[in-house]
Design a protein around this ligand. Sequence first.
Ligand code: IPM
Ligand code: MG
Length: 368
Amino acid sequence: MSTPSLLILPGDGIGPEVMAEVRKVIDWFGAKRGASFDVSEDLVGGAAYDAHGTPLHDDTMAHAQEVDAVLLGAVGGPKYDDLDFSVKPERGLLRLRKEMDLFANLRPAQCFDALADFSSLKKDIVAGLDVVIVRELTSGVYFGEPRGIFEEGNERVGINTQRYTESEIDRIARAAFELARKRGNKVCSMEKANVMESGILWREVTQRIHDADYADVELSHMYADNGAMQLVRAPKQFDVILTDNLFGDILSDCAAMLTGSLGMLPSASLGAPMANGRPRALYEPVHGSAPDIAGQGKANPIACILSFAMALRYSFDMGEDATRVETAVEKVLADGMRTSDLLGAEGGKASSTTEMGDAIIAALDASL
Ligand code: IPM
Ligand code: MG
């Protein structure tokens, strides 16, 4: 098989800094595991806007469609706040998701033992937490038409449309059930069927797919507002949470914070299989571009490194190596290494972005 290809889009803010540490891990696999990647790098977000006047150049979009996987850092920053909506950094990311048809967004929220004290919740509520949010990513209110700001009488009205077809619900529900089978075999689907027709259809289709093809998986339904409450009350009741684009955006930030740090969590956005059998895929940390700490060597590279681990697992069939990276991260944390976001009230010495990356490489070396 030919060398797998990776397109790296570091983006804005801390994106380039954390991605530099991922490159070390990628190089390590080439040097120490005989697993080389054909890596190319390009611009996205504000960085692409600065260079080309668009948050995603057409050539970059075309290239993203050709590679085996895309790895993205983060987009956005205050510098771009006043840009026209159509060229805001976030539009670059949304275009990638939409044109690659990355409908299944997997957002694991896992609580590392070494960091259980760091959660804003009591330790026993989060210790051992391991949930995955499966968020629909290419439809719903993010993309529904009509949308826009229109004149109506003597005032303006802002409109977005929540819209889901049966086939869109069908494919994301299947993704959630398939994933649950490889984990705790439980899916909780969240919508607002009490107030939204799209929620009624969501519940109906999810139940139907379950009864027809996944009756072995335990399925429950919950209103999304209750889901948010349950996530902070007793998060360990969940295994896989299946939800739509907007609820998934909100619930995944909530779930992420349960684990103590947004700086720790990776994500995968997957589409349909390509000709080579691999899913179209983009991997990115859940955290944003953190402009307040950009360029200071303070960023935590772990979420981005774990995103590469997800790429190993979901795109390259290298599950054991993915676990190797995850174990190296756990080891470094257990040894007490902390970037500044992981220092609790008691303080201590913060390691820099590069020091954290180097320690993970050392732990990988030790794993051989
Ligand atoms: C996320 C982000 C994005 C979203 C933004 C940056 C467009 O919040 O990935 O969760 O809203 O989907
Ligand atoms: Mg979000």
